[in-house]
Design a protein around this ligand. Structure first.
Ligand SMILES: Nc1ncnc2c1ncn2[C@@H]1O[C@H](COP(=O)(O)OP(=O)(O)OP(=O)(O)O)[C@@H](O)[C@H]1O
Ligand SMILES: [Mg+2]
Length: 473
């Protein structure tokens, strides 16, 4: 720099040289900070005096004007250096805030999509790890027996404590401190600390850690912790800033728990209604139906005893017998509508065959499922097919219907397709909505494809195992 100044000296004013020095000070302040900028300013003055003002550096400088100019330069350089470095710090803070906001937005989008909480756990842990330049970030869930389970991890260093692993909270650790205080914590060092986690941290070269509780419905559900190997600890308030992330985690857990509760309660309502229908069907079968059967038998027996000359009475008895038989048929039909006994007794295949037989149009039925299936699935599939066949007869003017029931890896797939008028709509009645409610209560899905004049296809997937209802990662 001084070499350049020496070269330029014959051609430019001294003030221009000082401006050049000022620019260099500015650059140093931005890149290396205020302290070095101040040192450079002072050195610049010394070098300038030595080279250009008084080569012998015989202070005090004789020329007052030069002395004042140098003084002003020095002050200006220090002020400019300080301001530049402050501005740079502010810019860095703003950049970090922007990054933090972007990370929070990404996580919030994931939470809004209502995916599995484990995806949110991993996203939050990775975002926190990257955002704060951590070497290690972990999310852990507190168990009732006093241990913790790792639910997500981010690591720039090889970690031993894997996700899914459960470990005891002995000795010093962020997880333990957070559980005991219920507040954000900062551990400046693990030097000399007892316990497996502290030893593990030391082994990995971790110098310091921060952590923040995950509070769900007022209880400390878990913790997120970030650790660094650097001797430079995390910026102040990092542990408190983590709260924005843990609030999103808590929302995801709360939502998942509410959804699971809602699904369980819908499934209970459907199961209770099914039990009630089945009981009514049995009562009808064992009560009124049996009574009608025995009355019909009695009438037939009396008929056999009536002498020929009482033709009118015999005719009356015949009328009563046929009336009883018609009433019995009607009662059987009603009972079947309430709950088909054949479903409970024989299972899905005979029940579907019976449905197909009773249809006013040809039904092509294919069942690819072996043995009995869980009761709610058999009942669910039966009602899907029953409603679709009834609708095809009532609304579609169909000439044929195809029914396919297939046990896939994780769900029973049911598809009913007619070649009728199309235009089926969930909102236009209660039958299709009832089907959707029933299937969704089992954690399944229904889809309806019914363009005008192009037939109707109703599909349902009934999962064998309900999605896990716990928010565990
Ligand atoms: N297979 C079909 N083809 C054509 N239109 C259909 C078909 N299925 C349903 N729809 C139309 O969609 C509407 C809704 O059907 P949904 O089964 O919900 O009610 P619904 O059959 O009218 O009455 P219910 O409550 O007794 O079932 C029907 O009113 C009908 O207009
Ligand atoms: Mg209907």
């Amino acid at each position: 720099m001084t070499g350049i100044a020496k070269l330029l000296e014959p051609h430019v004013q001294p003030v221009s040289l000082l401006t050049l020095y000022l620019l260099v000070v500015l650059l140093i302040a931005v890149v290396w900070g205020t302290a070095l900028a101040v040192v450079t300013s002072v050195l610049s003055v010394a070098v300038y005096v030595t080279l250009f003002v008084d080569p012998a550096f015989a202070l005090p400088i004789a020329d007052t004007q030069t002395a004042v100019a140098l003084g002003v330069f020095l002050i200006t350089a220090v002020v400019v250096g300080t301001l530049a470095s402050r501005l740079q710090r502010a810019a860095q803070t703003a950049e970090r805030l922007t990054e933090e906001q972007s990370a929070l937005r990404r996580v919030a989008t994931l939470v809004a999509k209502a995916g599995p909480p484990s995806a949110v756990f991993q996203a939050v842990t990775s975002e926190v790890g990257k955002l704060y330049d951590a070497d290690l970030a972990r999310m852990e869930r507190y168990e009732t027996d006093g241990t913790v389970t790792g639910v997500a991890a981010f690591s720039r260093v090889p970690v031993h404590l894997a996700v899914g692993q459960r470990f005891a909270l002995d000795g010093l650790s962020v997880a333990r401190e957070v559980r005991e205080t219920g507040r954000p914590v900062r551990l400046e060092t693990f030097r000399g600390a007892e316990g497996a986690i502290a030893r593990e941290a030391r082994g990995l070269g971790i110098r310091s850690s921060v952590g923040c509780p995950i509070l769900v419905a007022g209880r400390v559900w878990g913790v997120i912790a970030a650790s660094t190997k650097s001797d430079q600890p995390f910026p102040p308030n990092t542990e408190t800033r983590l709260a924005s992330f843990t609030e999103l985690v808590a929302t995801a857990i709360g939502n998942a728990e509410s959804r699971a509760e809602l699904r369980a309660s819908r499934a209970r309502i459907v199961a209770t209604a099914d039990r009630t229908r089945r009981r009514i069907e049995r009562d009808l079968h064992d009560g009124a139906q049996q009574r009608l059967v025995s009355l019909a038998l009695q009438v037939r027996a009396v008929q056999a005893l009536v002498p020929r000359e009482l033709g009118e009475a015999a005719q009356e008895l015949e009328n009563i017998a046929s009336g009883l038989s018609a009433a019995l048929d009607e009662l059987r039909e009603t009972a079947r509508g309430i709950h088909p006994a054949i479903l409970a007794e024989g299972g899905l295949v005979p029940a579907l065959k019976a449905l197909a037989r009773r249809s006013p149009y040809p039904v092509q039925l294919t069942v690819r499922a072996n043995g009995r299936l869980p009761e709610p699935i058999e009942i669910g599939a039966y009602y899907v097919v029953a409603e679709a066949l009834t609708n095809a007869a009532k609304h579609a003017r169909a000439s044929s219907v195809t029914v396919v029931v297939e046990a896939r890896d994780d769900a029973l797939h049911v598809a009913v397709e007619d070649d009728g008028d199309g235009g089926a709509d969930f909102t236009a009645g209660t039958g299709l909505t009832g089907i959707r409610d029933r299937v969704e209560a089992l954690g399944g899905r229904v889809s309806l494809h019914s363009p005008p004049a192009d037939g109707t296809r109703l599909e349902a997937d009934l999962p064998f195992a309900q999605q896990t209802t716990s928010a565990a990662g």
